[in-house]
Design a protein around this ligand. Sequence first.
Ligand SMILES: NC(=O)c1ccc[n+]([C@@H]2O[C@H](COP(=O)([O-])OP(=O)(O)OC[C@H]3O[C@@H](n4cnc5c(N)ncnc54)[C@H](O)[C@@H]3O)[C@@H](O)[C@H]2O)c1
Length: 359
Amino acid sequence: MTALDLSSPVAVVGTGTMGQGIAQVALVAGHPVRLYDTAPGRAREAAAAIGARLDRLVEKGRLDATARDAARARLAPAEALAELADCGLVVEAVVERLDVKQRLFGELEDVVDEDCLLATNTSSLSVTAIGGALRHPGRFLGLHFFNPAPLLPLVEVVSGFATDVTSATRAYETARAWGKTPVACADTPGFIVNRIARPFYAEAFAVYEAQAADPATIDAVLRESGGFRMGAFELTDLIGQDVNEAVTHSVWQAFFQDVRFTPSLAQRRLVESGRLGRKAGHGWYDHGEGAEKPEPHTADKEQPPAYVLAEGDLGPAAELLALIREAGIQVRTEDGDEDGHLELPGGGQLVLADGQTSV
Ligand SMILES: NC(=O)c1ccc[n+]([C@@H]2O[C@H](COP(=O)([O-])OP(=O)(O)OC[C@H]3O[C@@H](n4cnc5c(N)ncnc54)[C@H](O)[C@@H]3O)[C@@H](O)[C@H]2O)c1
């Protein structure tokens, strides 16, 4: 099964944040792209915004001017759904409401050919439910891009209950041909990424609610020890507390209110008070003009021990020895030490033994 032919037009319905990004991806890959939005003038504005982004790519040397001009010529806003009749793929990125999406796909089915792939970019609704009423649900599936779609490679290719293998494979190969990293998955709440991400946010918010640490400290730990690009508080301020909470709520409901996915009361208060994150000027953090980000609370520096004793097979903790030496602290092994433990100035002992560190 091959990817969608490049001569086949791709339609994007709903030309907000995600629709514009997805349209840009299909356009740069080489397809003619049609944009449709119910808000008057929105599709035209989206075409202009995509054009401006292509200009910036040219300025940065990531796209040549001839390719930009050809891409612009392939991009067209549509005034009516009927103009999408010859498309080989329609990707929907409208408001996250089941009734709106169901109605839209019903209308689209009356317009496009039977072999046109129909895809939803839903983050949290059931693909099976959206496509439930279609006459030909076999060609319906989820194509879940991440924001910003032109930059983030992952695309979840979601098969609903009725999606046929041919359609899922064709969508998968198309996403790959567009330079994305597609991942096939089944239609379960939150798919893969949004499900796995829920405990990341929930646990950070629970730590805060238990007054164990403040957002800046928890974020610093997640970034610096967890290796995440952003902590849960700064990331949800970027996403929007309302958007993030809505996905959590939806996954929680879809799992029959499983406690693992329980929404956060602290986040609820942010949403209720309009503290939606960067877009509102404040969320967990103040994003107002000139606002300074709070510093994490860190422990006072202690006197380093005279030496560290390494006992037995340290496993992955063996890497710590290089860091300890780098810090100018002597490392001794069991053979070179009589009682096996080291007294620290504060009265504690520091022993690295069998993969564990204890102080
Ligand atoms: N924003 C994200 O980070 C993100 C990430 C992945 C998936 N999604 C999903 O993508 C979809 C769109 O999200 P967004 O953030 O781009 O929304 P958005 O609000 O930026 O854009 C939605 C657009 O859809 C249009 N629209 C509404 N109803 C329509 C209809 N019936 N027909 C045509 N156009 C219609 C609106 O006028 C608007 O321009 C949602 O399903 C969302 O869950 C969002």
